[in-house]
Design a protein around this ligand. Structure first.
Ligand SMILES: C[S@@+](CC[C@H](N)C(=O)[O-])C[C@H]1O[C@@H](n2cnc3c(N)ncnc32)[C@H](O)[C@@H]1O
Length: 256
């Protein structure tokens, strides 16, 4: 934790978990490649049995609360994600931003047994960790991780079509939880490709913190037209003080 935050902790009674969140926000790029993701995988494999999906999800939450902050959707907002997946009963799901695989495990647990989830993760190192976590949790037959980005000049979009069969109307559910400035551009690409259909559900995390203001403005502007959105007031993962917003948006189809 940076020295400045340590001295704040001594002077005011902020909860430790909040300070850990603030510290990792200060050095947010330090969350990729500083060793905590590998440590998580070791912790999960040492403390849970193969195929114990519930146990792996609980172990990841415990690691993030007790050892090192992780930028997972977390257990509080995870309930919103679970409920949206259960309600949508999707067959084909896309996740943007997979990190160590936590939200993909929650999604796999909530989706129908014959559904498939395709995850896009920009960092090949994170993608490797996520695949290993998914294999250990026993969901690898229903979940794939593609190392790439929707915004990489068509490379990943082509892979989604050619290798994963994503075409017009294919996607029933999208979870957006990657670079905040990419939420709206990537949603626009998905709309241009016509991959959604009437009734597809799009869930977006971190809309308040760190924040995706253009995405929020877009959903509010199109409320009652192309989209119906429920805004869930909640908290940033693994702490009770910093507020966040999760949007659950149902697509009503293109403008007539
Ligand atoms: C907040 S974390 C995802 C957490 C994960 N959804 C969970 O709850 O377990 C964001 C992840 O998005 C990845 N990322 C950043 N920009 C991206 C992009 N344009 N496309 C895909 N992934 C991206 C980062 O490498 C990071 O692993």
């Amino acid at each position: 934790m940076p020295h400045a935050l340590t001295s704040i902790a001594k002077r005011i009674p902020l909860r430790w978990s909040v300070l850990r969140f603030l510290a990792s926000s200060v050095s947010r790029t330090g969350q990729v490649g500083d060793g905590r993701e590998r440590a998580l995988l070791d912790y999960v494999t040492a403390n849970t049995g193969p195929g114990d999906l519930d146990g792996v999800i609980e172990a990841i939450d415990r690691f993030a609360r007790e050892k090192t902050f992780l930028m997972n959707v977390g257990d509080e907002k995870g309930l919103i994600l679970d409920a949206a997946v259960r309600q949508a009963q999707p067959s084909t799901l896309l996740e943007l931003g997979t990190y160590c695989g936590y939200s993909s495990l929650r999604t796999a647990r909530a989706m129908p047994a014959d559904a498939r989830l395709i995850c896009i993760e920009a960092s090949p190192a994170n993608a490797e960790i996520a695949r290993a976590v998914q294999r250990h949790a026993g969901v690898a037959d229903r979940v794939s991780v593609v190392a790439g980005m929707i915004g990489d000049n068509g490379v990943t979009v082509r892979r989604l079509t050619d290798e994963y069969g994503i075409t017009a109307g294919s996607l029933d559910f999208v979870f957006i939880d990657h670079a905040k400035q990419a939420y709206l551009p990537d949603l626009r690409t998905i709309l241009e490709k016509a991959w959604l259909h009437r009734g597809s559900v799009v869930v977006a995390d971190n809309v308040k913190t760190p924040g995706a203001p253009d995405y929020l403005a877009y959903m509010r502007e199109h409320e009652g037209g192309e989209w119906r959105t429920v805004e869930h007031d909640t908290h940033v993962e693994y702490q009770p003080m910093v507020k966040d917003l999760v949007l659950v948006s149902t697509y009503a189809g293109p403008p007539q």
